[in-house]
Design a binder for this molecule. Structure first.
Ligand code: PGA
Length: 249
């Protein structure tokens, strides 16, 4: 298995006010001491321009948490990938389980959003993951294979793409899979992507997400096939986020 440079992306979800910019500044300061790992923050849309300013000149990347598939138009409340790119963002999360479950997003919708991200020059972070019921029924690998087949556009072979494996039961719960469970899913994802994209699969980074904390980051980030983390709760505080990044470096 190839070793790729790790990426730690912070998903702030619906958290953060202007006061949170002090955390971003602390991340910028702390990141100067880190090497060998890429960092990115995905703040809520209300903060994205301010975070872009705070990140200026730093190596930390910026991302959105979701996007619409269209470039512009009568879609009240939505944000297009072109708008995200216009703020300076380089990434966008698509297909997070909270979007799939809370907003009825199907694999086809997620694939359309990922394609729209490519169109705007953004790297999509495409999320997949099984529910606890699916895991208990022994369906995990089949569910992940189905989500990969349905959510990842063919253009992933030639365009920068990140995939995040996030077991739904590990998100925000403090529960994490065993390293053996993470290794099993990541190995299956690598095999599926190699089968579909051949050597081009080497370029796709595979993150793990779900209750990544400073305490468990070193163990999770050194599971074979894990190229970084998508971090929710622990990305809100600079200290925790930087400790997770240091565990990758
Ligand atoms: P969590 O969220 O780290 O708070 O579990 C991860 C995610 O949903 O991306």
């Amino acid at each position: 298995m190839t070793t790729r440079r790790k990426l730690v992306a912070g998903n702030w979800k619906m958290n953060g006010l202007k006061a949170s910019l002090s955390e971003v500044r602390a991340m910028v300061d702390g990141a100067k001491a880190l090497s060998g790992v890429d960092l990115s923050i995905c703040p809520p849309a209300t903060l994205i321009s301010a975070v872009a300013s705070a990140l200026e000149g730093s190596a930390i990347g910026l991302g959105g948490q979701d996007c619409h598939a269209e470039r512009s138009g009568a879609f009240t409340g939505d944000i297009s990938p072109e708008m995200l790119a216009d703020t300076g963002a380089g990434f966008v999360i698509v297909g997070h389980s909270e979007r799939r479950a809370g907003h009825g997003e199907t694999d086809a919708v997620v694939a359309a959003k990922a394609s729209a991200a490519y169109r705007a020059g953004l790297t999509p972070i495409i999320c997949v993951g099984e529910s606890l019921e699916q895991r208990d029924r022994g369906e995990t690998l089949a569910v992940i294979a189905g989500q990969l087949a349905g959510s990842i556009p063919d253009a992933a072979a030639t365009t920068p793409t990140v995939i995040a494996y996030e077991p739904i039961w590990a998100i925000g719960t403090g529960r994490t899979p065993t390293t053996a469970q993470v290794a099993e899913v990541h190995a299956a994802m690598v095999a599926t992507l190699q089968q579909r994209f051949g050597a081009a699969a080497e370029g796709i980074r595979l993150l793990y997400g779900g209750s990544v904390k400073p305490e468990n980051a070193r163990e999770l980030m050194h599971v074979p096939g894990v190229d970084g983390a998508l971090v929710g709760g622990a990305s809100l505080k600079a200290g925790d986020f930087l400790k997770i990044a240091a565990a990758c470096a």
